[in-house]
Design a protein. Structure first.
Length: 101
C-alpha cells in the first residue's frame, strides 16, 4: 500500500509539472506572437518614414534646383553666354532628373 501511495504522489507531481510546462509554453508562444507583431509594426513604420523622407528629399532637391535656375535667370542680363549655360543646365536637369520649374 505504501508503494502505491508513493506512485500516486509522484504521478500527481508529474501532472502538476506538465501543466506548469504547458502554461510556460503558452506564455512563450504569446510572447513570440507579440514580438513578431511588434517587429512587423516597426518595419512598416520605418518603411513609411523612409518613403516620406525620400519624398521630402526629392522635393527639397527640386526646389533647390528651381531656386538656382530662377536666381540664375535673373542674372542673365549680365551676359548672353551665362544665359546659354543656365539654359543648358536647366535642360540637362529636366532630361536627367525630371526636375521641373
Amino acid at each position: 500500500y505504501g508503494c502505491f501511495k508513493m506512485l500516486k504522489k509522484d504521478l500527481c507531481e508529474m501532472g502538476k509539472r506538465v501543466e506548469e510546462l504547458k502554461d510556460q509554453k503558452k506564455e512563450e508562444q504569446d510572447y513570440t506572437k507579440s514580438a513578431v507583431h511588434l517587429t512587423k509594426s516597426v518595419e512598416a513604420t520605418r518603411a513609411h518614414l523612409q518613403g516620406q523622407l525620400r519624398s521630402k528629399e526629392a522635393e527639397n532637391n527640386r526646389l533647390t534646383v528651381q531656386l538656382r535656375v530662377q536666381n540664375n535667370t535673373t542674372h542673365c542680363k549680365n551676359g548672353k553666354s551665362r544665359c546659354v549655360k543656365i539654359a543648358y543646365l536647366h535642360n540637362y536637369l529636366l532630361a536627367h532628373h525630371g526636375v521641373r520649374q
